[in-house]
Design a protein around this ligand. Structure first.
Ligand code: ATP
Ligand code: MG
Length: 572
């Protein structure tokens, strides 16, 4: 492709709308433009990246025995009502009415459609197993669309769905997808980690996420790894063991109300009473589907809202506003405690359940209670794990230490079990003629998120450094003076040779200064750069360079195809 024939509107300045480096580079490199919050136009370079990554995904999915189909984006609300998710998916689902006032939704995922498709149509165990996938646009009214293609409201996903007759066969299907995922990301130049994850509104018995670990702000997910065994989990799911748990008192002391003037935060109260924050218990008031609940965790801990949400089985969880807290506790924020809170469920973290003689707010301004004990002084409604694991705590499975890293979720796999087949009545006859619901799995890959994640991982101060297999072009050819007859002639000759040999090449045929061309080349990040300039031409040579290195190699014009192929072979 010739630069002047395509559309690559690079920008010099950093667009103010973009926080993340990868988002800035996509805008500056002329890859994308924003239409609305979380809605982007894919320009020619981005289109090529999407096509290349999609092709990798297709090849590996096909190789793993999955079959490509295309399901509609527009769904009748009824199929979502059938599965029960119409009421649980929440505000993320985009809804609209057609001209007959019929309720429709835009697909955020396709478990319902694919289950509906096979219900009543796929009747015998002989037709199983089956794995159907598509690469297609999805709509989600994300609460915080941000970071460009990372969290869009319209984005492209590869979604696959497996149907099996029994657990054993499902395990094989799931494992095949996991292996395909590792191959897909590796092919795209990305080393991913598989972590245990929360199943969310998708449901089912277990799930895994494929994460690209990054050091930048782009890592939205906190991940917990054991430094010794294979344990790896999203913080929403991770469990840990404390290395030095506090000693538990043997005796129950008498409860007392104490004044804590000017001390309301954990640090202030601990300092004022001269105790370890581990002796304090925080009472956090949340709204679960709009109704208040109190969650109790140790003073030094952080609550993970996903754990609370799952425990309560609600769709929505948010920290209660100050006015609600004050109405419930009858005092200013900062002095909430479990004793005397009326008609609101008390959910207690496992760790708190073991504590004795702890300190809580007294539900009175500037007052706390000391020597509080569960059972004697108040009764909990339920006990569960509510807290975030911390770095250096112990692994739940071995004596290794936990490490916390940041990552970007590029794909995930869900063991759905019979959640959708049972609720939607999608059954088959097994080998003994018994009617059974399909055992299902669901498998997603972010087709637009993954390339941006790759940029978040691979860039420098000048621009993108694409992994070769998802780069929009493999080679960028830069004649320094395209108006010069000789440069033009060599450029055309090399360009044709590369194209004829199936090497995607972008020829920068603009009549721009060399500096502009070099800056743009660094910005858009094509792996191999070939420069045609007077100095090397005199010796019948060209300058070849990999975007990720400073080393320039002089190559003979006649060897260009072989040299480029060799370099492409060597780089990531
Ligand atoms: P997240 O936790 O990031 O919201 P999710 O669990 O909702 O992701 P899935 O529903 O499993 O994601 O979607 C499969 C894949 O689609 C994800 O792994 C991710 O790569 C991609 N994806 C999900 N939501 C978005 C989005 N809003 N914009 C771009 N890609 C997305
Ligand atoms: Mg999501």
């Amino acid at each position: 492709m010739r630069w002047t024939q395509t559309y690559i509107p690079t920008l010099r300045d950093i667009p103010s709308e973009a926080e993340l480096i990868s988002h800035q580079l996509l805008l500056r490199g002329g890859y994308i433009r924003k239409l609305a919050a979380g809605v982007y136009i894919y320009l020619p370079l981005m289109q090529r990246v999407i096509d290349k990554f999609s092709q990798i995904v297709r090849n590996e999915m096909n190789r793993a025995g999955a079959i490509e189909i295309t399901m509609p984006v527009l769904h009748p609300a009824e199929i979502w009502q059938m599965s029960g998710r119409y009421d649980t998916i929440g505000k993320e689902q985009m809804r609209l009415k057609d001209r007959h006032l019929h309720q429709m939704v835009l697909g955020a995922t396709h478990e319902e459609v694919v289950t509906y498709l096979l219900k009543g149509e796929l009747k015998s165990y002989r037709q199983l197993p089956l794995n159907l996938y598509q690469i297609q646009v999805k709509f989600r009214d994300e609460i915080r669309p941000r970071f460009g293609l990372m969290r869009g409201r319209e984005f492209i996903m590869k979604d696959a769905y497996t149907f099996d007759a029994d657990e054993l066969s499902f395990e094989v299907a799931y494992q095949k997808m996991v292996e395909a995922y590792f191959r897909i990301f590796k092919k795209a130049g990305l080393e991913t980690k598989k972590v245990e994850s929360d199943t969310g509104t998708m449901g089912g018995k277990a799930a895994h996420e494929f994460m690209l670990v990054v050091e930048t702000d782009g890592g939205e997910e906190s991940l917990v790894f054991c430094d010794k065994c294979n344990y790896a989990a999203n913080i929403e799911k991770a469990i840990s063991r404390e290395a030095n748990p506090p000693q538990i008192d043997l005796e129950l002391n008498e409860m007392e109300e104490v004044d804590t003037p000017g001390a309301s935060s954990i640090e202030e109260v601990a300092l004022f009473l001269n105790v370890n924050p581990k002796k304090l218990v925080k009472t956090l008031i949340y709204l679960a589907n709009g109704k208040p609940v109190a969650a109790l965790i140790r003073g030094d801990r952080e609550l993970n809202p996903v754990k609370l949400k799952n425990h309560l089985g609600v769709i929505d969880i948010e920290i209660a506003p100050a006015a609600t807290v004050e109405a419930i506790t009858g005092c200013p924020v900062g002095f909430a405690g479990p004793i005397g809170l009326k008609n609101i469920p008390l959910i207690i973290d496992n760790e708190v359940k073991r504590l004795r003689n702890f300190i809580t707010g007294a539900n009175k301004s500037e007052k706390h209670l000391i020597n509080v004990n569960i059972g004697r002084d108040f009764q909990e409604n339920s006990v569960t794990d509510l807290i975030n694991a911390l770095a250096n705590e112990l692994c739940p499975y071995c004596d290794g230490k936990l490490i916390i890293k940041k990552g970007i979720e590029v794909g995930n796999t869900f063991m759905l079990g019979t959640k959708y087949s049972a609720s939607m009545g999608a059954t088959f006859l097994d080998s003994e003629g018994k009617e059974k619901p399909f055992i299902m799995g669901s498998y997603g890959i972010g087709i637009t998120r993954t390339p941006q994640a790759a940029i978040e991982k691979y860039h420098d101060e000048k621009g993108i450094i694409w992994p070769k297999n998802i780069a929009p072009y493999s080679v960028e050819l830069i004649p320094l003076n395209y108006e010069k007859e000789e440069h033009k002639k060599v450029a055309e000759q090399v360009y044709n040779a590369l194209i004829e040999n199936g090497i995607d090449t972008l020829l920068d045929d603009r009549l721009e200064r060399a500096g502009v061309k070099f800056n743009d080349a660094d910005l858009i990040g094509i792996p191999v750069r070939i420069v045609i300039g007077d100095k090397s031409l005199k010796q019948g040579k060209l300058e070849m360079k990999f975007r990720g290195s400073e080393e320039i190699k002089l190559i003979d014009i006649k060897d260009v195809v072989g040299e480029v192929s060799k370099l492409l072979e060597e780089v990531r």
